[in-house]
Design a protein around this ligand. Structure first.
Ligand code: NAI
Ligand code: MG
Length: 356
């Protein structure tokens, strides 16, 4: 198979972990006889410094021309401490999602058995948890009108959803439930929000088309509680942009660390695959970032964009073996991990490639 893959490391640890993610794609191509052609592009703070634009036209053109994108993260402390900055790295992120029509963000939350002890949740509650989130990505309060009024004393953000936007993500979630345990939980706040009432109406209207899927509706506050109390009750979860953002960070604790979680953003055209974590300024440059979220993002890329299930599974198996052999990065190590098994980013990449 011949494919063009665009590598967009972005900022901070995005640079460090994406290097490992790419090395895994290189090894897979060699092992399975594919031809992957790579290009790279700037985004985020790195792009602002070079061009004044967090998503330069050149990057967007390369994105459109590629078959899939492996992305790192964007962000820099400079903007976090200056909420008034007009040009910001995350504007590039939102623009990329909108321009590429990436309306569905898939976040598999699966706990590797070896990491049962790494979570702050009790192992007996966690064991066997396997949730697939569908977070809507191009609508909601993130993209509505926002501003200030009353002489700058009042701020507002408007949330909006169309039937069409809800239906297309809900369909993806129903279809995914078919390939899994046949359960779909739609999360909203329909007791209060009009966008949520439309959301629920659309999901209810679709349900008869999927008689094999068991559908439930949960309010987001209660879903947040159940996620920690009994994560195994969830199979596929579909929810709006804001709720999905919060719930998936919460759910990252089921998998032990932000450094273990990958995501896929798909929709109308090229898919974007990235760790759910950000640029992590607190550990940038220390070489200790866990690269496995980027590695697992590469696995999602092969499976979802290229249909290369065997190749994708072989990456997941290599991660599993690495953990079984006792290796950990600092974020997933505990008091029982011997010092010589705690690897830095690069060494974790090397050990992983050996198992691939
Ligand atoms: P973060 O996800 O970067 O970090 C949160 C915590 O998890 C930190 O303590 C960090 O050290 C740790 N962590 C994250 N990834 C890790 C890894 N691979 N290995 C080990 N530890 C890891 O979120 P934070 O600190 O809220 O934001 C930092 C910057 O990232 C901000 O500028 C923010 O805007 C940006 N950001 C970007 C995202 C993206 O590009 N998709 C998503 C989230 C945040
Ligand atoms: Mg987030």
């Amino acid at each position: 198979m011949k494919k063009n893959i665009l590598i967009v490391p972005g900022d901070g640890i995005g640079q460090e972990v994406t290097e490992v993610g790419k090395s895994v794609l290189v090894k897979i191509a060699e092992k399975f006889g594919h031809e992957f052609i790579y290009d790279d592009a700037l985004m985020g703070h790195a792009a602002i410094e070079a061009t004044g634009n967090p998503l330069p036209d050149e990057t967007l053109a390369k994105m459109r021309a590629s078959d899939a994108i492996l992305f790192g993260a964007v962000g820099h402390p400079k903007y976090d401490n200056d909420p008034t900055a007009k040009v910001r790295p995350e504007q590039g992120l939102l623009k990329m999602r909108k321009e590429l029509g990436l309306y569905a963000n898939l976040r598999p939350i699966k706990l590797f058995d070896e990491l049962l002890g790494a979570s702050s949740i009790k192992p007996e509650i966690l064991k066997g948890s396997d949730i697939l989130f569908f977070r809507e990505l191009t609508g909601d309060i993130y993209f509505g009108e926002k501003g200030r009024k009353n002489d700058n004393n009042t701020a507002y953000d408007i949330a909006e959803y169309s039937r069409y936007e809800v239906e297309r993500i809900a369909r993806k979630a129903f279809e995914a439930a078919r390939t899994r345990r046949g359960k779909l939980c739609s999360v909203d706040k329909a007791n209060v929000l009009e966008t949520s009432r439309l959301w629920r109406e659309v999901v209810q209207a679709l349900a008869p088309e999927y008689p094999d899927i068991e559908v439930e509706h949960q309010f987001v506050d209660s879903a947040a509680m159940m996620l920690i109390k009994d994560p195994r009750r969830f199979d596929v979860v579909v929810t709006a942009n804001l709720f999905g953002d919060i719930l998936t960070d919460e759910a990252s604790q089921i998998a032990g660390s932000m450094g273990m979680l990958a995501s896929a953003s798909v929709g109308d055209s090229t898919g974007v695959y990235e760790p759910i974590h950000g640029s992590a300024h607190d550990i940038t440059g220390k070489g200790i970032a866990n690269p496995l979220a980027s590695v697992l993002s590469a696995a999602l890329l092969l499976d979802i964009s290229f249909g290369l299930k065997e190749e994708s599974d072989s990456i997941i198996a290599a991660v599993d073996q690495l953990l079984k052999d006792g290796f950990r990065t600092k974020d997933i190590a505990d008091s029982t991990t011997p010092a010589d098994k705690i690897l830095n980013t690069q060494a974790a990449g090397v050990e992983l490639l050996r198992r691939l």
